[in-house]
Structure formats: C-alpha cells, structure tokens
Design a protein around this ligand. Structure first.
Ligand code: NAP
Length: 283
C-alpha cells in the first residue's frame, strides 16, 4: 500500500465492515459528499469501492486488535486526523437459543459488542487529544424490541445500546459525541445470507420445530408487509448523525420498524407485551 502522507482537506470518517451492505453504502455516500473515508474491512482484496483519492481501503478485523491499531494509524497518516467513527461491522446469529453452540454465542458478542468496544477504545486517545469526535454505533430494531429466534443477536444489540448510552455521558466530558443508529430489516445487504449460514450451525431440536415453523411464517408475513427499506436510507441516517451537530443519541433509520419502536417506547409494558405475545406465543 503506497498511501501518500499529505493531508487532504475535509473531514474524515473511519467505517468498519465496508465490504458490503450499510458499510459499503455509507463509505460511498460520505466520499460522494467530499469526506475522506477510511473504508475498513476484513478482506480488502475483494472490495467494490471506487479507486478515489479520498477513499483509503484498509484491513480491519474487529477481532484482531493489531489490525484495528494499524487501520487507525493508516487513516491518520493518509488524511491527518479522524473525525467520525462508524462501528458498523456485525452479524446476526439466528436460531433457537438452546440449539446454538457456545462458541457461536461467544462470537456474536465478540463481533457485535467487544469488537465495537475495542475499535472505540483504540480511537479514543486521538479524539480526546483533539477534544472532538463522533462515535456512531450501528444497532438494530433488535436493540429496541426483541423477536424470537434471534435472542443472541438481540442480546448483543441491547448490550450495544446500553454501552453506547452510558458511554455518551463519559465522552461528553471530553468533547466526544456518541450516537446510535437503529435500522430495521434491509434485505439488499449480505446480512440475511450470513444469518442463514450461521443458523445452519445450530442443532436440530425436534421439540421446537412447530414453534420455529410458526415463527418463520409470521416473519415471512412481516417481511412482505414491510419490504422496501434500503441501505441508502441507513447511510443517509448515519450521515445525518455524523453532521447534524446535535447531541441526539438515537436515530431510527428505516420506516418499517417505526410501529414496533412506538409500541416499545410509547406504550405501557403491558400493552407492548400483549402485542408481541399475540404475534409470537403459541396459541
Ligand atoms: P452485511 O452486508 O453482512 O455487512 C456486514 C459487514 O460486517 C461486512 O462488511 C462484514 O465483513 C463485516 N464483519 C463481520 N464480521 C466482522 C469482523 N470480525 N471484523 C470486521 N468486519 C466484520 O450486513 P449489513 O446489513 O450491512 O449489516 C451492517 C450492520 O447493520 C450490522 O451491525 C448489522 O447487525 C446491522 N443491521 C442490519 C440490518 C439488516 O436488516 N440488514 C438491520 C439492522 C441492523 P465480511 O464481508 O468480511 O463478512
């Protein structure tokens, strides 16, 4: 990699998980709007981003601390500073909890929670030194309400939400803002593909089969009724969170989840649980 070390004018964002989906769309959108982009991913050899002066594609696996440090250093060398961090990398572990192997449970948290913590902690000294910075964590509707068959994904995103909210108080004291972006279901990314592959690692437990079949039917209906959310919408929301200059903590990124978000946040616990049990509990 022969990165010129001159600093290009404009602000710089570092994004994790830019090989596809929201990360790729967000990298393109920031670059199109004149930002410098440190577009990080596990396997940079196969990326689909354009070769442009304001895009640096570099390796970062959130499970490999040395790669995190190297990517941050490469970004600062190339562009002079980093202004915004987007913790986007993540995946969804789908399937019945009891059937999920323990190493998969650990991996879900390693990527979606501890990976975010490691990338954030590695960048914080730079933000603190400059007394400025924005950390944007990509959560999910599954960080607001829960659904059956994704208990571990929900657990990881609830953990991410709690971490981000608590961290926001600490970082405000050193001039750094924390934001949480909450997308709903977007089928154009590779998220579903990976979730299916992960689900295949689960044990088949016969007692759950009727429940799993009923839930899958409900999900198919929900997906059909709420199709249409795009990675572009999510990228736009991330851009707004990065640039609006406010201390707004949470941004719901897609329309499809707004009814469930309202049920969770604007009605009583009793009404919310009755709504969810009505959809997912065996009758
Ligand atoms: P995606 O297309 O599968 O993108 C996920 C990205 O994360 C990929 O670039 C993937 O890289 C990367 N990644 C996975 N493990 C990694 C690791 N250890 N280190 C670095 N990067 C890693 O899915 P997406 O829909 O864009 O998902 C992006 C984020 O949005 C995730 O946090 C996800 O939980 C969240 N989200 C998605 C949806 C949805 O419906 N699509 C809804 C709500 C929230 P590889 O290509 O190397 O695997």
């Amino acid at each position: 990699m022969s990165a010129p070390s001159q600093s290009i004018p404009g602000k710089t964002v570092l994004i994790t998980g830019c090989s596809s989906g929201f990360g790729e769309a967000t990298a393109r959108l920031f670059a199109d709007r004149g930002w410098n982009v440190v577009a990080t991913m596990r396997t940079p050899d196969t990326h689909r981003l354009p070769a442009r002066e304001n895009i640096l594609v570099t390796r970062l696996d959130v499970l490999d601390p040395a790669s995190i440090d190297a990517a941050i250093a490469a970004g600062i060398t190339r562009f002079g500073a980093i202004d915004v961090l987007v913790n986007n990398a993540g995946f969804g572990l789908f399937g019945v909890f009891e059937a999920t192997p323990r190493p998969k449970v650990m991996e879900q948290f390693a990527v979606n929670v501890f990976g975010v913590m490691d990338v954030t902690r590695a960048l914080l000294p730079h933000f603190r030194q400059r007394q400025t910075g924005v950390v944007i964590n990509v959560s999910s509707g599954a960080g607001i309400f829960t659904l059956p068959m994704i208990s571990l994904y929900c657990a990881s995103k609830f953990a991410l939400e709690g971490f981000s909210e608590a961290l926001s108080y600490e970082l405000a004291s050193v001039g750094v803002t924390v934001k949480i972006v909450e997308p709903g279901g977007v089928t154009s990314t590779r998220f579903g593909e990976r979730s299916e592959a992960e689900a295949a690692t689960a044990t088949d437990l016969a007692d759950y089969r009727p429940f799993v079949a009923a839930v899958q039917e409900t999900f198919t209906g929900l997906r059909a009724a709420r199709a249409g959310s795009t990675a572009q919408e999510v990228a736009e929301t991330i851009f707004t969170a990065a640039t609006d200059g406010t201390d707004q903590l949470r941004y719901v990124a897609t329309q499809d989840i707004k009814p469930l978000v309202a049920a969770r946040r604007e009605t009583s616990e009793e009404r919310y649980m009755a709504l969810m049990r009505g959809q997912f509990m065996p009758r």
